[in-house]
Design a protein around this ligand. Structure first.
Ligand code: SAH
Length: 245
């Protein structure tokens, strides 16, 4: 089984830096090779019985769609796990909290001028759902490790949201719990290609006036919470794959 693990920013997968308390994901893998492709570096590695392709895409929907498609089509990944940070929309989500996407949508997709709802284009869908099996694995990991994991709607757009009004609009329009800039584009790619995927985010900010102020301070810590959880999921996926042989 070949598994794609991706983030948007280097801090989210951190394959190169080992800075004190921050632990690069690659440290946990047996590494084979680095491959340059389409302007990104893909780290080919192994975790127990799983083959891993690890990369960060750069920020935003276009770069993340390119990376996800490359991981599936060029590197042949059969499953994709996304790890990263997000702004909280639901007031119950606090910095560091983990949220697994139960649905994803694009809040900046707008052809409402033609009478369509926000987030919709003909032949597309407003919401895309991740793999139920992977959500179930995440739930089990959270229970076993005593980690609180929330589920909710993640809204994606090519904007860093640091504005209470825009945040409220997204919350109302899409019933969103968290906002970020890559989840829904990765979801579109995986859904179209029929590959199971999972998007996990740790909250880095409240998407309000203080968002940029909070951001760098919490980026590393929240990224690490998210990637540690992904590692625990990988452990379970490995056991299941070994068991099914
Ligand atoms: N610090 C970076 C910019 C970060 S952009 C720089 O200076 O280059 C924000 C990133 O974190 C995106 O990848 C996005 O997915 C996520 N994110 C976290 N909080 C967000 C918010 N409030 N709005 C949109 N994206 C957010």
């Amino acid at each position: 089984m070949r598994v794609a693990i991706m983030g948007a920013m280097v801090e989210e997968v951190d394959p190169f830096l080992s800075t004190g308390e921050h632990e690069p994901l690659l440290k946990y893998f047996e590494k084979h090779d680095d491959v340059e492709y389409g302007g990104n570096t893909y780290h080919l590695a192994r975790y127990k019985d799983l083959e891993i392709v690890l990369a960060y895409s750069k920020i935003g929907k276009v770069y993340s769609a390119l990376t996800a498609a490359t991981m599936l089509e060029h590197f042949g990944c059969e499953m994709l796990l996304f790890s990263g940070v997000a702004g909280a929309v639901n007031p119950e989500l606090k910095i560091g909290d983990l949220i697994a996407a139960t649905k994803l949508c694009q809040h900046d997709l707008d052809i409402t001028a033609f009478g369509h709802p926000y987030g919709y284009v003909p032949e597309g869908k407003i919401y895309i759902e991740p793999s139920r099996e992977l959500l179930q694995i995440a739930k089990e990991v959270a229970e076993e490790k005593g980690i609180e994991l929330k589920g909710g709607i993640i809204a994606t757009g090519d904007q860093f949201i640091a504005d209470p009004e825009r945040k409220e609009w997204i919350a109302r329009t899409f019933d969103a719990d968290a906002i970020e800039m890559e989840g829904a584009s990765v979801a579109v790619v995986c859904d179209a290609l029929g590959v199971p995927f999972f998007v996990l985010r740790a909250i880095s900010d409240a998407a309000d006036m203080d968002a940029t102020f909070d951001f760098d301070e919490f980026l590393r810590h929240s990224s690490q919470r998210s990637s540690s959880f992904i590692l625990a999921m990988l452990e379970k996926i490995d056991v299941q794959v070994a068991g099914s042989r």
